[in-house]
Design a protein around this ligand. Structure first.
Ligand code: HEM
Length: 252
């Protein structure tokens, strides 16, 4: 684990030598600094999810309305491309920081156990609690995302029948029908619902935890913030899940 940590810290060591970046990199090489950046990237991704859900709910407005929306989005050209680069960088940073802080916590915990073990003897079990669930649900969301990009962005999932979305030249050019074909494929419906339930669990803890990391934390408001986080998480997750149910119902 120490060797892995040393390896993971190479980019930080190199960056800290760049003039002006030193103090910034030093903060980010601490668990606290990384947690702050993880909170900021996590909340930014929540912003993306709200916008993404808002756009996708246009599916309920019908084929023409959704295709017009998709067309307007794609006509942004370089602006959309820049936003996509930013989005993928934010995802990558969030995931990288999750791995890095988990590794650092693991090392800290091992040290703690070594001390505890000498004092208390046997039966000290590692328990990551919510953090373990965050890692597991995060991995499920990542698996979902790989499938999702293959399905919707690359339109190249061999398990999906895209024929209804093709034009006369066999080019897939109908976004509404693409989404419906993707979501109504039974294996995909299972992968999507699993990923979206994992998203609900992840955000239920993640939103509250991110706000706390950023200092949004007060005895009087804590319960409200906790309930707000859970409501937000499950509104987003069930909003997306409703689209899978809708596509499956249409299929049947
Ligand atoms: C039923 C649920 C969902 C539907 C119907 C849906 C629909 C879509 C569609 C149609 C696209 C392609 C957009 C384009 O061609 O530019 C897309 C892209 C994408 N979706 Fe989703 N999405 C869903 C859930 C999610 C969730 C939960 C996440 C994140 C955890 C997510 C993350 C992304 C990302 C990162 C892209 C690529 C963005 C881009 O490059 O423009 N989606 N989605």
């Amino acid at each position: 684990m120490n060797a892995l940590l040393r390896f993971l810290s190479i980019p930080a060591q190199l960056l800290s030598k760049v003039p002006g970046l030193g103090p910034f990199v030093k903060v980010l090489s601490t668990t606290v600094g990384q947690k702050i950046l993880m909170a900021i990237t996590g909340l930014s991704l929540c912003g993306f999810l709200v916008a993404h859900l808002g756009g996708n709910l246009k599916l309920y407005a019908g084929e023409q309305a959704f295709n017009d929306y998709a067309h307007a989005l794609h006509s942004l050209g370089p602006i959309l491309a820049a936003a996509e680069v930013g989005l993928f960088a934010t995802f990558a940073l969030h995931i990288g920081l999750a791995i890095s802080t988990a590794a650092m916590n693991q090392v800290a915990r091992h040290k703690e156990y070594a001390i505890k073990e000498t004092k208390q003897g046997l039966f000290i079990l590692p328990s990551g609690g919510a953090a373990n669930w965050m890692m597991l649900t995060g991995l499920l969301i990542l698996t979902f995302l790989f499938t999702h990009i293959l399905d919707m962005k690359l339109k190249a999932n061999p398990g999906v029948d895209y024929s209804a979305a093709m034009n006369a030249d066999q080019v897939i050019d109908n976004e509404f029908r693409t989404v419906r074909a993707v979501l109504s494929t039974p294996l995909n419906a299972v992968i999507y619902i699993t990923g979206l339930v994992a998203l609900g669990i992840h955000l239920s803890h993640g939103v509250r935890s991110a706000l706390q990391t950023l200092g949004i934390n007060h005895k009087r408001w804590n319960l409200l913030l906790k309930i707000g986080g859970i409501l937000f998480a499950w509104s987003v997750a069930t909003g997306f899940i409703s689209l899978v149910v809708w596509a499956m119902a249409y299929r049947g």
